[in-house]
Design a protein around this ligand. Structure first.
Ligand SMILES: Nc1ncnc2c1ncn2[C@@H]1O[C@H](COP(=O)(O)OP(=O)(O)OP(=O)(O)O)[C@@H](O)[C@H]1O
Length: 290
């Protein structure tokens, strides 16, 4: 946590306490201020779900991340682009606990210091990650894959015995529609096309209700039609989930993202709307110059 963030958090808290004192006894309106965030919950009261500050990662002296800073707002769909070797995957590795940086800060909400946690705990906190290659259970049906993913969510595991409850079943049906696989529910996942497997894996992540979803090149290897459907899917998710999408396919990035971050040499080169970023001479230079 930077001194600035600590200071603004302390000031916000002081103001909240003052309001609570003024409005004490006002029919319980001030009561939530006593516990603004449940223990372990992600505090997004300031609107930011991910805060990455001055992160450095070296591999044998090579600086894969070199002072990376990134703020992701709650409900945002952010695309991260950059030439090969810019540090995009390393960034995802740091956020998910796979790689520990040499220095820097990575916070989920205002209070959860992700650098203190390992990969499984970070996933359990609601950070879902989709790798480039789809990883589904090929011999199980599409429905069974989703069912398993739902069971992996600790919040619902205790309620799963022999059968899904009606709301859980309804949720899986809803997910199937969302990922365009309602007609394939009983097919083995191994029989799906590459694009359909990618959608299934996104559905499996969604079944676990992630707060922050990180997608690494989700449309690599997809047909144009599959890419367009994936863009539709991600646009639908925007707002309900926060998404960070690392991608090389510029037409796809243009179709999905409001904000684009360009990485180069392990740091942010520029950020902005797609058109603004695409016109930036520095961006053109790093893409064409390599
Ligand atoms: N485990 C590692 N050991 C050594 N070097 C690594 C390791 N992981 C990444 N690197 C190097 O760090 C740099 C950044 O790699 P990274 O994979 O994060 O880039 P990227 O932007 O995701 O690239 P691409 O678009 O090609 O996937 C690269 O030069 C890469 O070779």
């Amino acid at each position: 946590m930077t001194p600035d963030l600590m200071q603004s958090g302390a000031e916000r808290w002081a103001r909240a306490r003052q309001r609570a004192a003024v409005h004490g006894g006002s029919g319980g309106r001030a009561a939530p201020l006593a516990h603004p965030v449940a223990p372990g919950a992600i505090d997004t009261s300031h609107g930011c779900i991910l805060y990455v500050d001055d992160v450095h990662v070296s591999f044998d002296g090579y600086k894969a991340l070199n002072g990376l800073c990134l703020n992701i707002a709650l409900g945002e769909l952010r695309a991260v682009i950059g030439p090969n070797g810019a540090g995009k995957t390393t960034m995802l590795d740091v956020i998910t606990g796979r790689t520990k940086p040499d220095r820097g800060s990575v916070y989920l909400g205002t209070t959860i210091d992700l650098l203190r946690w390992r990969e499984p705990q970070i996933a359990a906190m609601g950070v879902g990650r989709k790798f480039q290659k789809p990883t589904v259970f090929e011999r199980l049906t599409v429905w069974e894959n989703l069912e398993l993913a739902l069971a992996a969510d600790k919040r619902v595991r205790s309620s799963i015995t022999f059968r899904l409850s009606a709301p859980q079943r309804a949720r899986l049906v809803e997910l199937l529609e969302l990922i365009h696989l309602e007609a394939h529910a009983q097919r083995p996942a191994g029989a799906l096309s590459h694009g359909q497997k990618q959608w299934l894996e996104i559905g499996m992540l969604l079944a676990q209700q992630p707060r922050l979803l990180l997608l690494d090149e989700p449309v690599a290897g997809m047909t144009d039609d599959e890419t367009e459907r994936t863009a539709q899917l991600l646009r639908t998710l925007k707002g309900q989930h926060t998404l960070v999408v690392v991608e090389h396919d510029m037409a796809f990035v243009r179709a999905i993202a409001d904000q684009v971050t360009v990485l180069c040499d392990g740091a942010v080169l520029t950020e902005g709307g797609f058109e603004q970023v695409a016109r930036d001479p520095r961006v053109i230079e790093v893409y064409l110059g390599r």
